[in-house]
Design a protein around this ligand. Structure first.
Ligand code: SAJ
Length: 430
C-alpha cells in the first residue's frame, strides 16, 4: 500500500486497508465513505434514515452533488463500500452526523452525536480509532464524546484513540476538496492524533495539520465565524453604499485590490448548514462576545431588507406580480438549508398575492416551483436571490419581452447593470 504525504509525494508502507464504519451518510459522510473505499479500505456505511440505505442498495444517492453518484457507484462496485442497516464492528469509527442548532437556546444540539456514539459503544475494543467529523463547540470530543465511549468500559485516553477532524469541503465541489483540502486533525492524545493522521494520509493530498482535539474544534468554528462576520461587514457596507448611490460591488472589488483586504460579498443573507450556525457554537458559552452576535443579527436581518426593498420598488403598481429566482442558499446547489430565500419568500407572500418561484436545482415540493418562463411571465419585479449560473446567463432583451414591468432586483450581483439598463430595465441591488 502506498501512502500519500503532505507534499503530494507517495511513500511506501503506512496505513494498509482498514475496516471502517462511517456513521451518518449525509453530505459529508457519504462522499467520505466512498472516498475511503476507493482508497483501499473496507467501509461499512450506516445511517439511521432507512431511505438513505435503500437508495444506496439500488445504486442511487439521495444527495445532488456533482460527480457524487458516479463516485459512490464506483465505490459500491468495488465491493469495499457496504451500506448496512445496523452498525458493524470495525477498527475505525467515523461519526459524520449533523449537529443542529437549537434556535431557541442558540446552542449546539448534540443529540445526534450522543446517539451515534451510543451505537458504536457495544462494538468498541481496545486500540480502536474513533473520529468525530461533525462541527461542534470546542471541548465536545473531550467532554461529551469521550464520556459516552467510556461506557464501553474502555478508557478513551488510554484504550482508544479519539480524535476530531472537521470537514472543510465546499458543497458543489466536494469530491475534489475531500482529497485536496488541508485538514486539521486533533486527538485527545498525541497517539490518537497520529492514528487519525495516518488514516487521512491514505486519501488526503492536502496538508495535514495536527493539534489537540479542542483546538481543532475551535479552528473550524473561527473559520466559519470569520466568513459570517466578514459577510455582515459587506452587508453593512452595502447599506451605506446604497444610501450614497455607490455600487457596493464595484467599491469592494477595488478595495480588495489592496493585498491585505479581503471583503466578502454582500447578499440577501447567509444560508447553508454552517456559516449561519457555527458562530453560535463559538459564543454559546460566552455572553460577553458581542461582535459575533451583532454580525448574526445583521445577516439574519437581510431577508427582511430585501422584502422592504421589493415593497418600496413596487409600491405604485397595482397587484404586482413578483418573480423570485432562486430558493437554494447559494449558487448552483440544490440545498435549501437555512436559505435566506425561504424567509424572503414567506414574507413576500404576506404582502403580495402573486409570487412565483423558480429554481433550476431545487426539487423540493414545499416551494411550488414553476418553470423559469412561468415565473417571469407578466412579472412586475424580478428578484434574483440565488446566483445560479442560469440567472447570470439570462438575456435581458428576451426577459424584457416576457415580463410586464422591466424592473430587476439583483441581490447577488450576477447581472450586468449596463446590459440590463440598456435593455430598458430599472436595475436595483439590495
Ligand atoms: N455568502 C455571502 N457572501 C459571501 C460568501 C457567502 O453572502 O461573500 C453567503 C452564501 O450565499 C451562502 C452563505 O453565505 O448563503 C454561506 O456560503 P459559503 O459558500 O460561505 O459556505 P458553505 O456553507 O457553502 O460552505 C462553507 C465553506 N467554508 C468556507 O468556505 C470557510 C466550506 O469549506 C465548509 O466546509 C462548510 O462551510 C462547512 O461545513 O463549514
Amino acid at each position: 500500500m502506498t501512502e500519500r504525504v503532505e507534499n503530494g509525494m507517495l511513500r511506501e508502507g503506512g496505513t494498509s486497508g482498514r475496516k471502517i464504519t462511517v456513521v451518518g451518510l449525509g453530505y459529508i459522510g457519504l462522499p467520505t465513505a466512498a472516498m475511503l473505499a476507493t482508497h483501499g479500505h473496507t467501509v461499512y456505511g450506516f445511517d439511521t434514515n432507512a431511505r438513505v440505505i435503500e437508495h444506496l442498495e439500488k445504486g442511487k444517492v439521495h444527495i445532488e452533488e456533482p460527480g457524487l453518484l458516479a463516485f459512490v457507484r464506483d465505490a459500491l462496485h468495488s465491493g469495499r463500500f457496504v451500506p448496512v442497516r445496523e452498525v458493524r464492528p470495525a477498527d475505525v469509527y467515523i461519526l459524520c452526523v449533523p449537529t443542529p442548532y437549537d434556535s431557541k437556546e442558540k446552542r449546539a444540539d448534540l443529540s445526534y452525536i450522543t446517539k451515534a456514539a451510543e451505537t458504536i459503544v457495544p462494538h468498541l475494543k481496545k486500540g480502536d480509532l474513533a473520529i468525530l467529523e461533525s462541527t461542534v463547540p470546542a471541548g465536545t470530543t473531550a467532554d461529551h464524546l469521550g464520556p459516552i465511549l467510556a461506557r464501553s468500559g474502555l478508557d478513551p485516553l488510554r484504550d482508544l484513540d479519539l480524535a476530531h477532524c472537521p470537514e472543510t469541503v465546499l458543497p458543489g465541489n466536494m469530491i475534489s476538496e475531500l482529497t485536496s483540502n488541508a485538514r486539521v486533525i486533533g486527538g485527545l492524545t498525541p497517539k490518537a492524533t497520529q492514528a487519525a493522521e495516518m488514516l487521512y494520509r491514505s486519501f488526503v493530498r492536502g496538508t495535514l495539520v495536527t493539534t489537540d482535539a479542542t483546538t481543532a474544534e475551535f479552528v473550524k468554528l473561527i473559520q466559519n465565524t470569520y466568513r459570517d462576520v466578514n459577510i455582515a461587514l459587506a452587508n453593512e457596507i452595502g447599506m451605506v453604499a446604497g444610501q450614497k448611490g455607490i455600487d457596493v460591488r464595484e467599491a469592494i472589488r477595488i478595495a480588495n485590490l489592496h493585498p491585505r483586504v479581503d471583503l466578502h460579498a454582500p447578499g440577501p443573507g447567509v444560508g447553508g448548514h454552517c456559516i449561519p450556525i457555527d458562530p453560535w457554537f463559538l459564543v454559546q458559552d460566552t455572553p460577553e462576545a458581542r461582535l459575533v452576535r451583532v454580525s448574526r443579527e445583521i445577516n439574519d436581518g437581510m431577508p427582511h431588507r430585501v422584502v422592504d426593498k421589493v415593497r418600496s420598488l413596487v409600491q405604485h403598481i397595482d397587484e404586482p406580480r413578483i418573480a423570485l429566482l432562486g430558493i437554494a442558499y447559494k449558487a448552483d446547489v440544490d440545498d435549501v438549508r437555512e436559505s435566506p430565500a425561504v424567509p424572503i419568500l414567506e414574507e413576500l407572500k404576506e404582502h403580495f398575492g402573486d409570487v412565483r418561484v423558480h429554481d433550476p436545482h431545487v426539487k423540493d415540493p414545499r416551494f411550488d416551483l414553476v418553470p423559469l418562463k412561468g415565473a417571469l411571465e407578466g412579472a412586475d419585479c424580478t428578484v434574483i436571490v440565488t446566483g445560479h449560473w442560469e440567472y447570470s446567463a439570462l438575456d435581458p432583451h428576451k426577459t424584457r419581452s416576457v415580463v410586464r414591468t422591466p424592473l430587476v432586483l439583483d441581490t447577488r450581483g450576477v447581472l450586468s447593470r449596463r446590459e440590463w439598463q440598456e435593455a430598458g430595465f430599472r436595475f436595483e441591488t439590495a
